[in-house]
Design a protein around this ligand. Structure first.
Ligand code: PLP
Length: 276
């Protein structure tokens, strides 16, 4: 290839099992047509059964990774995943301001990761406030699941009306656009859901993205993959609505093709995209 592709930057943790975190992010970036750069925030010790430990990277090293990539190759869009601590969040916020990521500049997707699907914490308890006050106001888009909404706001999403209320609460915290991911609604509402409905609130408009609910046990890394595919779309210059459409197509294929691995939950897949 003689021209440079768009660059998307993942600011996220590793997953030694290769299912979630920056491993999932870089796969989604590649499948969605952009080069993936990474600023590692934490190393997790992890397999299909869960996270048995994590080791945060020093905040100045996280910031240096972002600064050096932005300075050399440029960043067309960035996303955050696991941020581990309030100190790392503060360092990310400061360097994003320095290089022009977020706050209406380079598109910035904040996936407010708090815990793994097994319930292991991926963010220190005292860091939620930093996420609220330092990252949401800089975010082009925030992509919480329903558990994360309950942690960040006092809204419990159980239906369409409360999903809209959650979007308003997250806008009030400063996020320019909000994607309320309805995937966990069945567990919270106690009602069988035939579809997964994600609600995008942007520029005063609401857009629904619907897909058939797939009952798959292997969805590890799903949230990371969706946010990354959206980030890739933004790096390619798509509108937010089109980028979320791309994200939804990617995650639907990835869940459809998810595979068992190890004794626990396997990951969503990008292997269907292999051409060789
Ligand atoms: N590990 C890392 C490093 C992550 O960033 C994430 C999610 O963001 C997870 C694990 C959890 O993924 P899941 O909730 O799909 O298990």
């Amino acid at each position: 290839m003689s021209t440079s592709p768009p660059v998307a930057l993942s600011i996220a943790g590793t997953d030694s099992g290769g299912g979630a975190g920056m491993t999932a992010d870089v796969r989604a970036f590649a499948v969605c047509g952009v080069h993936g750069a990474v600023a590692v925030t934490a190393v997790t010790v992890q397999d299909s059964l869960g996270v048995s430990g994590f080791h945060p990277i020093p905040p100045d090293v996280v910031a240096a990774q972002i600064r050096t990539v932005a300075g050399d190759m440029g960043v067309d869009a960035a996303k955050t995943g696991m941020l581990a601590s309030s100190e790392i969040i503060a360092a990310v916020a400061a360097v994003c301001d320095e290089v022009g990521i977020g706050s209406g500049g380079i598109p910035f997707v904040v996936d407010p990761v708090a815990a793994s699907m097994h319930g292991s914490p991926l963010l220190a308890d005292d860091a939620l406030d930093a996420l609220r006050t330092e990252l949401l106001p800089r975010a082009t888009l925030v992509t919480p699941n329903l558990d994360e909404i309950a942690l960040l706001t006092d809204v419990k999403v159980v239906d369409d009306a409360s999903a809209r209320e959650a979007a308003v609460a997250l806008h009030d915290l400063g996020a320019r656009a909000v994607l309320v991911k309805g995937g966990h609604l069945e567990a919270l509402s106690g009602r069988r859901q035939e579809e997964c409905v994600d609600l995008l609130s942007v520029d005063g408009d609401l857009h629904e993205f619907r897909s058939e609910r797939l009952d798959r046990p292997h969805t590890h890394g799903g949230g990371d993959s969706l946010a990354s595919a959206i980030t890739a779309g933004l790096a390619r210059g798509m509108s937010l609505v089109d980028a979320v459409g791309l994200g939804k197509r990617y995650i639907t294929r990835a869940v459809e093709n998810s595979y068992p691995l190890g004794a626990g939950h396997g990951p969503v897949s990008s292997l269907w995209a292999a051409a060789l």
